[in-house]
Write a protein that binds this ligand. Structure first.
Ligand code: E4P
Length: 216
C-alpha cells in the first residue's frame, strides 16, 4: 500500500518525506486555504513547491465545477509538474472531465466518493485514483471501511485498473484497516502516520534497554 500525506503544509510534507516512507501528497481547497494560499499564481507556486519536496504523485484539485472550466483548469495544473494528478469532484461534469483527461493523457483523482456506484463511474471514466472518504462516511453513521471492501471486491472482479485511495483518514486504525482491505493508497494527516509508531510496550522496552545499556 502506498502512503500519501493529506496536507498543504510544506513543513509537514518535508517531515513525512524525511521518514522515507512517503509516496505522494493529496491536497484539497480546504487544506490549501488553511495555508493561506490565494490566487492562481500563488496556487501554482505552492503546488510547484510541494512537487519539489515530494517524490511522487501530488493531487491538485480543480476549483471549478463545470466541464469546460475543469478541463481548462486541469490542463494548467497538469502543466505545473509531471507529478501532478488533477483532482476532480464526483459530479456529472466531473466524470466527463475525467474521461477527457484520460483521453488526453492527464492523470486524475476522483474525489468526494461515498458509494460503490460513484467509484464504478470514476473507474469507467478512467480515473487514475478514486478517493472514498472513510472518516466522513463514519461521521454519517455508516461504515467507511465496508465501502473500501466493497469497492476492492468490485474493482477486482471487474478488472478495473483505477487505484483505491482511502481518504479522510482520521487515525492509525483507519490506516491498518485500509491496508487489510486492500486499499492501494492511504492518504493521511501527519498525526495518523506518526500514530502508527506508538505502542506503550515499545516505550517501556526501550527505557529498559537504555537503562541496561549503561551497565554494558
Ligand atoms: C483527500 O484527498 C481529502 O483531501 C481528505 O482526505 C479529506 O479529509 P477530511 O474528511 O478529514 O477533510
Amino acid at each position: 500500500m502506498k502512503f500519501f500525506i493529506d496536507t498543504g503544509n510544506l513543513a509537514q510534507i518535508r517531515e513525512a518525506y524525511d521518514l522515507g516512507i512517503l509516496d505522494g501528497v493529496t491536497t484539497n481547497p480546504s487544506l490549501m486555504a488553511k495555508e493561506g494560499i490565494k490566487g492562481e499564481a500563488a496556487i501554482a507556486a505552492h503546488y510547484k513547491a510541494i512537487c519539489e519536496i515530494a517524490d511522487g504523485d501530488v493531487s491538485a484539485e480543480v476549483l471549478s465545477t463545470d466541464f469546460a472550466s475543469m478541463v481548462e483548469e486541469g490542463k494548467k495544473l497538469a502543466a505545473i509538474h509531471p507529478n501532478i494528478v488533477v483532482k476532480v469532484p464526483m459530479i456529472k461534469d466531473g466524470i466527463k472531465a475525467i474521461k477527457w483527461f484520460t483521453d488526453n493523457g492527464i492523470r486524475t483523482n476522483c474525489t468526494l466518493v461515498f458509494s460503490a456506484g460513484q467509484a464504478i463511474l470514476a473507474a469507467k471514466a478512467g480515473a487514475t485514483y478514486v478517493s472514498p472518504f472513510i472518516g466522513r462516511v463514519d461521521d454519517s453513521g455508516w461504515d467507511g471501511m465496508e465501502l473500501i471492501g466493497q469497492i476492492r471486491h468490485i474493482f477486482d472482479i471487474q478488472n478495473f485498473k483505477t487505484e483505491i485511495l482511502a481518504a479522510s483518514i482520521r487515525n492509525a486504525l483507519h490506516i491498518i484497516k485500509a491496508a487489510e482491505l486492500g486499499a492501494d493508497v492511504c492518504t493521511c494527516p501527519l498525526d495518523s502516520i506518526l500514530g502508527l509508531l506508538k505502542h506503550p510496550l515499545t516505550d517501556i522496552g526501550l527505557a529498559k534497554f537504555v537503562e541496561d545499556a549503561k551497565k554494558m
